[in-house]
Structure formats: structure tokens, C-alpha cells
Ligand binder design. Structure first.
Ligand code: NAD
Length: 503
């Protein structure tokens, strides 16, 4: 938390009535009663590795803790998987794969449907567990992460017996064993994005969740076991980056699928260069959210807020650069500030919370480093007055005005609740500024003109372009990047193709 925020934290509460208010505000966070979610997350004190359908201790005998970023308390301990465990996981997958691939598609589908339904049955429990492990608001895990994860299993179950339509005229075969590594920002959803398409085609998987957020992956392992999935079809290993490295480099991996930072993606690409492994990379982003003067501004402001403050801005496709048309720039910034003043920052388990905790102390410090850089380079920082919990890793929603394209906060992926605002005068200038980035994952366009939407979506170098909305996802829709945001697609028919061999 910055000193600036500390000073501004005197919000008008009931106690402050009668005294002058520090500034005009439109709501009062502190007048809401806390409404914590009470569902039991059914936690175990210790989680083992999931190999060959069983929960097994790591060869090293070592464990690490996962802590709740909202209050810094320990959640549980997790097995520290190493190279020997990775070998065991691939051996289990190798044993399972031929029979899994030979199963008729409609039989494979039944397992995926079962996983989806069991996830729905335990949705509240999963939402609480995910919020505790990651710090994201319960209303997001409850309404987005968990239902969307189930939707991915449902969607791909539907494909399992229709694979002939993935590539008409070709026979579709599985690749074999896939090695998968995922990040911490959507822990359960990324498990579903990776596992559902791989399994639908007849592949087996060895997968590692992020070190910070292993909980929902191991809870999903319980569901996989309960669904009766044949042992070895899915193997889940927890551990640090080196465990991920061993999964990616393993000689039995026919394909590797990585979601994470561009820097780690490059390390992995170098490590498998020269092998025959297929690869998909879902990496970082620095999306432009572009607002024209003819846009419905109130709706656009909601889209800007959702674009950058959803999941505390820890989203690869976050609209972290607001490009705003000069004639409406002042109006948009004023409306945005008013909206941010009523965002509720705090306990992620509270159903009223809009902005929860940052995933870890390290990540909080990284984001704070960007705030310092933004101020140092000459941009103007603004945060709404807000009182942050004393424990845990919190940051108020932050906007920067007066940003130029050369500022670090305009070029680098911050991965936090920080918006950099840049103005433009013409359509071409907006396109040029939006594309002036090493990344190319997503973009948003807000305008009343259909022709402008078509022009922008053709010329923006981004895998996803949202028009008059932002952060909308659907399992039927392929997702993936251009340039340093990676290659390959996840979701839809295109995503499935990345798990198939065409013969
Ligand atoms: P990260 O790259 O630090 O870690 C991602 C995963 O890789 C973790 O499981 C980590 O343990 C593992 N890992 C670390 N070093 C490794 C190595 N040398 N070999 C193999 N695995 C290794 O990323 P993060 O901080 O967990 O996640 C944030 C990043 O993920 C952001 O850059 C974000 O944009 C990106 N992301 C991209 C998408 C997408 O679809 N494009 C989606 C979500 C997140």
C-alpha cells in the first residue's frame, strides 16, 4: 500500500458526520455490512501428488505451504514434486494412454460430463477454496471461475464423439501424452482449459498448477477420482518452476502446453528447441481498451473497470492501457474516478467485495514497483480513498493519466489493478498506438459505429477483439495471442485441433 493511500484513507464514515468531508464521494464502503461466504471449503491439512489415480507422497518427502493472500494464514501444505515424481507421472500416463485413446468417443465423453457435473455439485465449496488460495473476490469464483470450468468440461465432452468434424476429411488421432503447466491467476479454470480438450481427443496429461495456487487442482483431482477416470489419464504434480521444467522437457511428452509469463515461455521454448514436441504458448498481454467519442460512455466506463480491475488486474488479457479519444478524455476520466470511489476493496470472501487481494507479497511488491516507476517517469497517479485490511496483500485500484507510450507502465505487463491512460485523436492513431506493443493477446473497442468496429478488429494485432464489451469468455470461442503473447489457440474447434494429430 502506498503512503499516498494511507493519507487518503479517511473516508467519511458515520463517525465523520458533522466534519468536512475530504472529497465528494458517491457511496460509502463502510456502510455495508460484511457478508462473508460461509460454505465449507473442505480443506485437508496436507495434499499429496496425484499420480496413476492415487494420492501419493513425493519422492523427496518434502512439502511446501500455500497461504491465503487475504490474511497471510496457512491454508494447507502441498507435496513438492521433483524429477522422480515427474517420471512416475509420465510412466502412469504411458500405461493409460493406449486404452484411453481406444475408448469410443462417447465413452470418453461420459467421464468429462461426470467431471463437469461433480464440479457443479461442489461449486460453492470450490469457489470458497479458490478465493482463499488466490485472493480473488468470491463473486468472481462463484459466478465465473467455477461455472466456466464446468462449462469447458461440458463443451469438450460434446466434442469427444464428434471428432470427425474437427477436421472434415481427415482422421483425427490423439498426440499421446501432453505436459501442461499453468499460472496462478485462474487456477481451476486453467486446469479445465488444459485438461478438457486434451482428454476429449484421447490424450493423457501430466499437469502442474502454479506454486502459489495449488489447491483447486488437488480438489479437482478428488473429482477426477470420484468420476472414475481410468488411473493415469490425468496426473497432477505440485511444486516449483523446476517441476514445471521437468514436465516440459520430459521425453515422453508429445506436446507441451504452457500458460504463463512470456519470460518463462521463452525459457521453455529454448529448452525444447530441436525436439519433435508440439507446443502451444499462452503468454502475457498489454491490451488496449479503446474508447471513441461516440461510445456510450457509462457503459464504456463499466467495461474499463471490468477490463482492468476484474481479478485485481491479474489477467493476461486485461485492458491495462486505456486509449481514449481526446474529445471525451476528461469526461471518461471523471466518470471513471467516480466509479472507482465506490468499488469495494477488501476481504475476498465478502460477497460485496469488488477488488480482493493480490496473489502474493512478491506480486504486490512488483506492482508497487510499477507505481513508483510511473510516478518517477512523470505520469500522474490517482487512487480512490480506501481503507485496506491490515493483514494481507492489497492495493487500491490505481489509474495513471499523462502516460506516454515510452513509459514502462504503458509498455510492460504489470499484472495488477493499474490502468495507464493515453489519449488519441484519429482512428489511425488509435490503431498505431494499440499495436505499438510486443504483445497481442486482446483488445477492446467502444464505439457506436459498426464500420469502425470492423476496421479496428481487422487492423488490431490481437487474438481477441471485444466490441462494446470486455473480458467475455466462452468455451466455444478460441483464445490465444499474436507476437509475444504466444501461439496456438485454446477453446473452440481451433483449440481442439492443437491436441490432435491429423492422418
Ligand atoms: P509464470 O510464468 O511465472 O509461471 C507460470 C507457471 O510456470 C507456474 O506454474 C510456474 O511454477 C511455472 N514455471 C516457472 N518457471 C518454469 C520453468 N522454467 N519451466 C517450466 N515451468 C515453469 O507466470 P505466473 O506469474 O504464474 O502467471 C502470470 C503470467 O501468466 C502473466 O504473464 C500472464 O499474462 C500469463 N497468463 C497468460 C494467459 C494466456 O492465456 N495467454 C492466461 C493466464 C496467465
Amino acid at each position: 500500500m502506498s503512503t499516498l493511500t494511507e493519507k487518503k484513507s479517511a473516508r467519511p464514515t458515520k463517525r465523520s458526520q458533522g466534519r468536512p468531508l475530504p472529497e465528494l464521494i458517491f457511496g460509502d464502503l463502510w456502510e455495508f455490512d460484511p457478508a462473508p461466504e460461509t460454505a465449507d471449503p473442505k480443506l485437508k491439512p496436507r495434499y499429496e501428488l496425484f499420480i496413476g489415480g492415487k494420492f501419493v507422497a513425493p519422492a523427496s518427502g518434502k512439502y511446501f505451504d500455500s497461504t491465503n493472500p487475504a490474511n497471510e494464514t496457512k491454508i494447507a501444505e502441498f507435496a513438492l514434486g521433483g524429477a522422480a515424481d515427474v517420471d512416475a507421472a509420465y510412466a502412469a500416463a504411458q500405461k493409460a494412454q493406449p486404452a484411453w485413446a481406444k475408448l469410443p468417443g462417447k465413452e470418453r465423453a461420459k467421464y468429462l460430463y461426470r467431471i463437469a457435473r461433480l464440479l457443479q455439485d461442489r461449486a460453492r465449496e470450490f469457489a470458497v477454496a479458490e478465493t482463499m488460495d488466490n485472493g480473488k473476490p468470491i463473486k468472481e469464483t462463484r459466478d465465473f471461475d467455477v461455472p466456466m470450468a464446468a462449462a469447458h468440461f461440458f463443451y469438450h465432452a460434446g466434442w469427444a464423439d464428434k471428432l470427425e468434424y474437427v477436421a472434415p476429411g481427415r482422421r483425427v488421432a490423439p498426440l499421446g501424452i501432453v505436459g501442461q503447466v499453468i499460472p496462478w491467476n485462474f487456477p481451476l479454470l486453467m486446469m479445465a482449459w488444459k485438461l478438457a480438450p486434451a482428454l476429449a481427443v484421447g490424450n493423457c496429461a501430466v499437469i502442474k498448477p502454479a506454486t502459489n495456487t495449488p489447491l483447486s487442482a488437488l480438489k479437482l483431482a478428488e473429482i477426477i477420482q470420484d468420476a472414475g477416470l481410468p488411473p493415469g489419464v490425468v496426473n497432477i504434480l505440485t511444486g516449483p518452476g523446476s517441476t514445471g521444467g521437468a514436465i516440459m522437457a520430459h521425453p515422453l511428452a508429445a506436446k507441451i502446453a504452457f500458460t504463463g509469463s512470456t519470460d518463462v515461455g521463452k525459457v521453455i521454448m529454448r529448452s525444447v528447441a530441436g525436439t519433435e514436441k508440439r507446443m502451444t504458448m499462452e503468454l502475457g498481454g498489454k491490451a488496449a481498451n479503446i474508447v471513441f467519442d461516440d461510445a456510450p460512455l457509462d457503459q464504456a466506463v463499466e467495461g474499463i473497470v471490468n477490463g482492468i480491475f476484474f481479478n485485481q488486474g491479474q489477467v493476461c488479457c486485461a485492458g491495462s492501457r486505456l486509449l481514449v479519444h481526446e474529445p471525451v478524455a476528461d469526461a471518461v476520466v471523471a466518470k471513471l474516478k467516480n466509479r472507482l470511489r465506490v468499488l469495494r476493496v477488501g476481504d475476498p470472501l465478502d460477497k460485496n467485495t469488488d477488488v480482493g487481494a493480490i496473489v502474493s507479497r512478491d506480486q504486490l511488491e512488483t506492482v508497487q514497483g510499477y507505481l513508483d516507476a510511473g510516478v518517477k517517469e512523470g505520469a500522474t497517479m490517482w487512487q480512490p480513498p480506501c481503507r485496506l485490511p491490515k493483514k494481507g496483500f492489497y492495493l487500491p485500484p490505481t489509474i495513471f493519466t499523462g502516460v506516454t507510450q515510452s513509459h514502462r507502465i504503458a509498455r510492460e505487463e504489470i499484472f495488477g489493478p493499474v490502468l495507464s491512460i493515453i489519449t488519441f485523436r484519429t482512428v489511425d492513431e488509435a490503431i498505431e498506438k494499440a499495436n505499438n506493443t510486443a504483445y497481442g493477446l486482446s483488445a477492446g473497442v467502444w464505439t457506436d459505429k459498426g464500420s469502425r468496429i470492423l476496421k479496428m478488429s481487422t487492423e488490431l494485432k490481437a487474438g481477441v477483439v471485444w466490441a462494446n464489451t470486455f473480458n467475455k469468455f466462452d468455451p466455444t470461442s478460441p483464445f490465444g495471442g499474436y507476437k509475444e503473447s504466444g501461439f496456438g489457440r485454446e477453446g473452440g474447434r481451433q483449440g481442439l485441433l492443437d491436441y490432435c494429430r491429423l492422418v
